[in-house]
Design a protein around this ligand. Structure first.
Ligand code: UGA
Length: 444
């Protein structure tokens, strides 16, 4: 394999993982960001995000002279040029947040193109790794106005908290471009990974990313709906998902019911594909229902909590003290973006509840939810003090091994609403807690 000379623009979890992993595969990589403080910290080995194995890969890359950090995309190209061989591939890993009406906001992508347009050497390849609407590769090529520079779509499939592992052991690599030569050059960067390779046109590649994330969201909305039905029919969703998951066409993964799906990707990508479908005059009802089911899931969790605390679906939560365990959108991350836990917390707050939260990934302080503040403490036992219910909202494994007898002494009423089916109901019962899960019978 030839080592390539690569610039990666954007040092978020996608860009930093991409840069550090490509360096670990032997390529020379310069990572650029607009944030001077972030770049300075990265140079000192402070990676600023919680990602297993990433700090080690960054320091190995820097020590080997294959990885460096710089402010600005154009400066990254200059740095490679100064070393004697110009950049061959430039990866765009900048944010594409949800813009007006759910459409992906491409301002960051456009700004980078503007910055590097005239500095790119002939035959360079611009690779879009950010999740961008179908058609963005063509739009990027138009903005570039360079016949001698190809544009390639190469979506990432990295999960936060396991991004390095996902990069180095991918299920597949997807590369799309109207230039076969450019697509093959990008595919060759990953040759050592030995993953199945899908080479296609740019629009199909861009669509693969949306179709994958929307399918995952649909799977979760489906399982959350099945869990609801299990409750009504006195069936147990844990057995149901195990039973359907053995069917290889369905698979065991992504079948855990929860308080709803969230994070920085699934909500924005489902909205974006819905907008794209609307614009293409296609009524994507299945996707709309996937999103609506998720929004309703937050309310369903609140109904469940309300019933557990007051004994009635319509009981009042005003000034009822509730301890929330878990705020991040999933375990293993400190990311609160579009967290279902915060969605549920906001509804509880609106209903007048007094909330105190604890999350192993979130510093004790106050978190703003929908305009009002919620107290976050650094001790689960303190969070539980005098609570009328403990609500598990994120599946942090350490919650399983809390001292539940000590928690029983701390609370006012020993009730747990476990929106992740995380805890062992027998352990809870032995500690005198009433336990309510999702879609589970009390057989537990
Ligand atoms: C997601 C995709 O899984 C990645 O493949 C993709 O690359 C990434 O988005 C992206 O577009 O960049 P991520 O946002 O890190 O990754 O989160 P997931 O692990 O997919 O979890 C999403 C949500 O679903 C979380 O709120 C999680 O708690 C929930 N979830 C997941 C469940 O409720 N049950 C499950 O069984 C699995």
């Amino acid at each position: 394999m030839f080592a390539r000379r690569i610039a990666v623009v954007g040092t978020g979890y996608v860009g930093l993982t991409t840069g550090a992993c490509l360096a670990s595969l032997g390529h020379r990589v310069v990572c650029a960001d607009v944030d001077e403080i972030k770049v300075e910290r990265l140079r000192q080995g402070q990676i600023g995000i919680r990602e297993d194995g990433l700090a080690e890969l960054v320091s190995e890359g820097v020590a080997a002279g294959r990885l460096s950090f710089i402010v600005g995309a154009a400066a990254a190209l200059d740095e490679l040029e100064r070393e004697g061989v110009p950049v061959e591939v430039i990866f765009l890993c900048v944010p594409t947040p949800m813009g007006v009406g759910g459409i992906a906001d491409l301002a960051a992508v456009e700004a980078v193109i503007e910055e590097v347009r005239d500095a790119l050497p002939p035959n360079a390849v611009v690779v879009n790794k950010s999740t961008v609407p179908v058609g963005t590769a063509d739009r990027t090529a138009e903005l570039l106005e360079r016949d001698d520079v190809a544009v390639v779509s190469n979506p990432e499939f990295l999960r936060e908290s396991s991004a390095v592992n996902d990069f180095l052991h991918p299920d597949r690599i997807v590369v799309g471009s109207s230039s076969q030569d450019a697509a093959e050059r990008v595919a060759a960067l990953y040759a050592r990974l030995g993953a199945p390779m899908v080479l296609t046109d740019a629009a199909s590649s861009e669509m693969i990313k949306y179709a994958a994330n929307c399918f995952l969201a649909m799977k979760l909305s489906y399982v959350n709906a099945v869990a609801e039905l299990c409750e009504r029919l006195d069936a147990d969703v844990a057995d149901v998902t195990e039973g359907i998951g053995y069917d290889r066409r369905i698979g065991q993964a992504f079948l855990s019911p929860g308080p709803g799906w969230g994070g920085s990707c699934l909500p924005k990508d489902t909205q974006a594909l819905l907008q794209v479908a609307d614009a293409a005059d296609f009524e994507f009802r299945l996707l709309r229902a996937t999103i609506d089911t998720n929004t309703r899931q937050y309310q369903r969790m609140v109904d469940k909590i309300r019933t557990a605390i007051t004994g009635k679906r319509t009981g009042s939560l005003t000034r009822r003290r509730i301890a929330l365990l878990g705020l991040t959108f999933k375990a293993g991350t400190d990311d609160l973006r579009s967290s279902p836990a915060l969605g549920v917390a906001a509804l509880l707050k609106q209903a007048g509840a007094d909330l105190v939260a604890y999350d192993p990934g979130v510093l004790a302080d106050e978190v703003l939810i929908e305009g009002s503040l919620m107290t976050v403490v650094d001790d689960p036992y303190l969070a539980a003090k005098d609570a009328e219910a403990i609500v598990i909202l994120t599946e942090w494994p350490e919650f399983r091994t809390l001292d539940w007898s000590r928690l029983a002494d701390a609370v006012a009423v020993p009730t747990v609403i476990d929106t992740r089916n995380l805890l062992d109901p027998d352990v809870l019962r032995r500690a005198a807690f009433a336990w309510v899960g999702i879609g589970r019978t009390m057989r537990g």
